[in-house]
Ligand binder design. Structure first.
Ligand code: ZN
Ligand code: ZN
Length: 346
């Protein structure tokens, strides 16, 4: 049953959309308009895209190309439930032909659109990459240890923690969070960081992981556009003692679990937990490390004391029974021989 006649095409219709029939209405709507040529600025080194006046990290060239197209096209403001698909063909090293297919609803009617455009890339090195290639850095994290040389493993771990911290900050948008270089030295390593902020972050994460402390000292290195430029040295000191060290802290022999502002670990004589502010300990000395432990036979368990056979002299030695001991007499236990006597290890 048709009651109306479309004033535009003359066909009969039962519903008007903006005073014309459905076909005339959808035919007059343009879902999207895209320029024939879209210009895009991409960094050839890292793939970042220059967008709205600044560089943003994009790892994939195609992703950057599509983003440029989406930004250049204009959609009908009334379009709802938009479904858009882009496909591309590479024309040469700096040109892509991009095909756009789109589908959306306007006033409840489905509208389709298809268009082709060409993306022209101007390859330009972003400021981060030009800084990296120019050897730019804002800070140096100097990793050393208190009264000792850091171990290889420690330094390796510090380096990878620094890399991870930088990667996380870059993901969060801090484009200067890069490590310019790492220099190995006899006494530790120097990590050159792209931003002072990263230098501080790395120090905080390392102190959280290893204990120790850091200090910062800025040095004026010049001026840029009337602003003073500083380079900051972060002097990080890993703690004197590390996990697994056996130390004497005044009269207590401790297996160290962590060492920072506090030393915490196990009192090897009693088996109880030990925690003490580093500055409150008058005399602290390293006796050995967990790796030096040897096997010994538990000869007897007398409740408060035990007898252990010294594996070198075969003498039975009586020591206090630590809380953690669970072995039966006759079985082997792990002990450590130190200048302060024999101790059982948990
Ligand atoms: Zn019509
Ligand atoms: Zn770049």
């Amino acid at each position: 049953m048709t009651e109306l006649t479309c004033p535009k095409c003359g066909k009969g219709t039962d519903v008007f959309y903006a005073s014309v029939c459905r076909d005339c209405y959808t035919g007059s709507k343009k879902l999207l308009v895209c320029p024939m040529v879209v210009y895009s600025k991409i960094c050839p080194t890292c793939g970042s895209l220059f967008r709205k006046g600044k560089w943003v990290t994009r790892n994939d060239e195609i992703e950057a190309v599509y983003e440029s197209v989406k930004e250049a096209l204009e959609l009908d403001k009334q379009a709802r439930s938009l479904d858009m698909e882009l496909t591309h063909k590479k024309l040469d090293y700096s040109r892509y032909s991009v095909h756009i297919e789109a589908k959306a609803r306007i006033d409840g009617l489905e509208i389709n659109a298809a268009q082709d455009t060409e993306v022209r890339i101007s390859w330009e090195t972003c400021e981060t990459c030009s800084r990296i290639s120019g050897g730019y850095f804002e800070g140096i994290v100097q990793i050393r240890a208190d009264k000792r040389i850091p171990t290889r493993e420690e330094l390796k771990e510090c380096s990878s923690i620094a890399e991870e911290t930088a990667a996380r900050s870059r993901e969060k948008g801090d484009r200067l969070a890069f490590i310019a270089k790492t220099q190995e030295l006899p006494e530790g390593i120097d990590i050159y960081v792209g931003s002072a902020k990263l230098g501080k972050q790395v120090c905080k994460v390392l102190v959280d992981a290893f204990g120790g402390r850091f200090s910062e000292s800025p040095k004026l290195v010049g001026q840029k556009n009337g602003v003073d430029l500083y380079r900051i040295t972060y002097a990080l000191r890993l703690p004197e003692f590390v996990r697994g060290d056996i130390i004497s802290a005044d009269d207590t022999v401790v297996e160290v679990k962590s060492c920072g502002r506090h030393i915490s670990g196990i009192d090897l004589e009693t088996g109880k937990k030990f925690i003490e502010n580093f500055n409150d300990i008058l005399e602290v000395k390293k006796l050995g490390k967990r790796r030096d432990m040897v096997s010994a036979v538990l000869v007897a368990d007398e409740g408060r004391a035990i007898q252990v056979m010294d594996p070198d002299t075969y003498e039975s030695i009586t020591i206090k029974r630590p809380e953690f001991l669970g072995a039966e007499p006759g079985s082997e236990i792990k002990i450590i021989k130190t200048a302060k006597g024999i101790f059982v290890l948990p």
